[in-house]
Write a protein that binds this ligand. Structure first.
Ligand code: GLU
Length: 171
């Protein structure tokens, strides 16, 4: 069972996100990651293995910002490695997303998006959602509208946490 944590507020979010996923460690996981908007864009740091491996990566250049998401993954699609760890983003890193569960129709959605020119980095079912949200952000006025459109395309049992670099304070 994975863990999802999100923070939006006035405090430095990274320590809060890390503490949050540590509290969810008991659920079991194989990798962990964070995405924080640091004023210049979404910064994503991920590591296979324990949260201490993620913390080791964050020793230098840790992103500082007031909104972000974090995840502990229990892999269902794609091996447990850095690339498949969450958060996942679209190509332009406009949105970052964490996901618990399974997107059953991800293969069809991936084929559709690849035909439109979207490029995938991971083997996960999750990444299709990041690209779908990005695709609909072009047509929708805001993140909520794009997420609602994307979710309308998904089959499966899942929960999501999504942020956009252009919408501070929204999760
Ligand atoms: N199906 C997703 C993956 O394999 C999410 C797994 C989870 O719930 O942690 O990455």
């Amino acid at each position: 069972m994975c863990g999802i944590v999100g923070y939006v507020g006035h405090r430095d979010c990274l320590p809060i996100l890390i503490e949050g996923i540590k509290r969810l460690e008991y659920r079991g996981y194989d990798s962990a990651g964070v995405a924080v908007e640091d004023g210049t864009g979404l910064k994503v740091v991920k590591a296979a293995g324990k949260i201490r491996s993620l913390e080791a990566k964050l020793q230098t250049g840790a992103p500082v910002g007031t909104f972000g998401i974090a995840h502990t993954r229990w892999a269902t699609h794609g091996e447990p490695n850095d690339l498949n760890a969450h958060p996942h983003t679209d190509e332009k890193c406009t949105v970052a997303l964490v996901h618990n569960g399974i997107i059953e129709n991800y293969k069809e959605l991936k084929a559709e998006l690849e035909a439109l020119g979207y490029r995938f980095e991971s083997e996960t079912d999750t990444e299709v959602v990041a690209h779908l949200v990005a695709r609909y952000l072009v047509e929708e006025p805001d993140l909520l509208g794009a997420v609602q459109r994307a979710v309308g395309r998904l089959t499966g049992a899942y929960s999501l946490g999504v942020i956009s670099r252009h919408e501070p304070g929204r999760l």
